[in-house]
Ligand binder design. Structure first.
Ligand code: FAD
Ligand code: NAI
Length: 477
């Protein structure tokens, strides 16, 4: 006998578990199916983000930043540190506790909202006018049958593999391995100067590893505004000590005691480097295997993602898909927004996710964050715009913090002054970008932000001054 639900969510990452909670809040009998197990064999929610992504990486970034500050910055404050050391086991223990606390938090939220959960691999078996029959291959063995009027697929993504470089998480690491090293490697290679490569490279660099990042594309951080990408490349290489090589072609990787990487550099010369560990971070692929997509006729696109419309509807009635398994940026907050929107659409409510106002953040030091259009996108689209830029160097709070690198850049429509994009490299860019997101959501002009009173001294004053700079009337420069 199938267990009956209004909504079944397959996958309990930030897209899936948030969708399940919202569906339950809206009064639907809801279940969430998740295959992930912890060391004790118990079900684990939170997906990539909580377990091997956003949360553990930010925990390690903070630990390594603290170490770096103690080693290099405390002296300027008159604080002496002798015998500074890093206990990697303790750093990992702290990270694991943060993850464990959040895992428990999701189980608490499921209980509070009466979301049923099933531990196993979910798939679509068949559908008819009454809804969908799902099979769950239970982690404990056996099978459960569920029936739901609506199904939300939120199965996320997995690391893309580099041919010839099998990940063993001992010497060749994916994100999970990079987050679980037991010692600081002397030398670390990273394939891919994307978000994971830069964040994980930063963690281990700050703790003393010699880090070399090998990137296939000739341009650095192609998605970011050119001015931000240029500044980031300078700061990350010159100040932070990451060796970044662009435009390389990986020829051969062999792992013995060390990992050797043979590659052709941008000038066409053959190169070879040897590393104690190698992180492969070349993007992620959607998880659709095992869903029985072909069996039920669920359409995938040419990139292997579940094909959905703007509202996350698949080609099958009553089957929705959200997060990393569909088009759009692979970001936890994008997955969450889509999850909430789908639950609300199922309830007949209006919901909208504006891709243009999804913020991007890279948690390097200094942080990089942006929302909206880049200058090169505006130029390519033939939009006339004005830009304003203001450096953290001219801000009192940034000086007090000891982090004056970077700037805020505004792009506003030349005729209407409407904000089209905001780009930040600097301290707490991840927090500062929220003001720009709110402004863009409300269709603000740069003058609106320029006229808002910002606390003094605060980093947010740099945002205000950059908005003033659009009209060439920044005060402190
Ligand atoms: P996932 O989080 O991948 O969750 C999918 C879940 O579905 C998994 O738990 C999986 O086990 C389960 N599943 C899959 N198939 C089945 C099945 N058939 N049956 C049952 N369960 C199934 N994003 C940010 O926004 N900010 C960050 O700082 C950030 N940092 C990151 C750092 C790293 C190292 C990585 C790897 C990613 C990071 N991301 C970050 C990206 C973020 O983790 C993803 O965008 C996000 O997790 C996607 O959420 P999701 O719910 O779509 O998928
Ligand atoms: P990515 O797409 O950010 O970067 C991958 C990089 O690898 C690209 O620059 C690409 O050109 C390069 N590459 C691809 N093939 C290559 C090859 N053969 N040799 C050398 N370089 C190659 O992907 P990444 O870093 O794996 O992260 C996956 C996703 O996870 C990101 O797109 C992002 O959405 C998400 N993420 C988000 C974070 C955040 O929001 N702070 C942090 C970490 C990940």
């Amino acid at each position: 006998m199938a267990k009956e639900f209004d909504v079944v969510v397959i996958g309990g990452g930030p897209g899936g578990y948030v969708a399940a909670i919202r569906a339950a809040q809206l009064g639907f009998a809801t279940a969430c199916v998740e295959q992930w197990s912890d060391e004790a064999g118990k079900v684990v929610f939170g997906g990539t983000c909580l377990n091997v992504g956003c949360i553990p990486s930010k925990a390690l970034l903070q630990s390594s930043e603290n170490y770096h500050l103690a080693a290099h910055e405390f002296a300027s404050h008159g604080i002496g540190v002798t015998g500074l050391s890093i206990d990697v086991a303790q750093m990992m223990k702290r990270k694991d506790k943060i993850v464990a606390d959040n895992r428990a938090g999701i189980l608490y939220l499921f209980k509070k909202n009466k979301v049923a959960n099933f531990h196993g691999k979910g798939s679509l078996a068949s559908g008819d006018d009454s809804g969908w029959t799902l099979k769950v291959a239970l982690a404990a063995g056996g099978e459960e049958t569920l029936h739901a009027k609506q199904v939300i697929i939120a199965t996320g993504s997995s690391p893309r593999q580099l041919p010839g470089a099998p990940v063993d998480n001992q010497r060749i690491l994916d994100n999970a391995g990079a987050l679980s090293l037991t010692a600081v490697p002397k030398s670390l290679g990273v394939i891919g100067a994307g978000v994971i490569g830069l964040e994980m490279g930063s963690v281990w660099r700050r703790l003393g590893a010699e880090v070399t990042v090998l990137e296939a594309l000739p341009a650095f951080l192609g998605l970011a505004d050119d001015a931000i990408a240029k500044e980031a490349l300078k700061v990350l290489t010159k100040d932070e000590g990451l060796a970044i090589e662009l435009g390389v072609k990986i020829d051969k990787i062999s792992a013995k005691k060390l990992v050797s990487v043979e590659y052709t550099d941008a000038a066409g010369a053959k190169q070879s480097k040897t590393f104690e560990k190698l992180i492969v971070a070349i993007g992620r692929a959607p998880n659709t295997a095992g869903l029985n997509a072909a069996g039920v006729g669920l359409a995938l696109n040419e990139r292997g993602q579940i094909e959905v419309d703007e509202q996350c509807r698949s080609n099958l009635p009553g089957v929705w898909a959200i997060g990393d398994v569909v088009r759009g940026p692979m970001l936890a907050h994008k997955a969450e927004e889509e999850g909430v929107a789908v639950a609300e659409r199922i309830a007949g409510q209006y919901a909208h996710v504006d891709f243009n106002t999804i913020p991007w953040v890279i948690y390097t030091q200094p942080e990089i964050a942006w929302v909206g259009q880049t200058e090169q996108q505006l130029r390519a689209a033939g939009v006339t715009y004005r830009s304003g830029q203001f450096p953290f160097l001219a801000n009192g709070r940034a000086k007090g913090l000891g982090e004056t690198r970077g700037f805020v850049k505004f792009l506003a429509d030349a005729k209407t002054d409407r904000v089209l994009g905001v780009h930040i490299i600097g301290p707490f860019a991840s927090e500062l970008i929220s003001e720009a997101v709110v402004a863009m959501e409300f269709g603000a002009s740069s003058e609106d932000i320029a006229r808002i009173c910002h606390a003094h001294p605060s980093l947010a004053e740099v945002v205000k001054e950059a908005a003033l700079a659009v009209d060439k009337r920044a005060i402190h420069i």
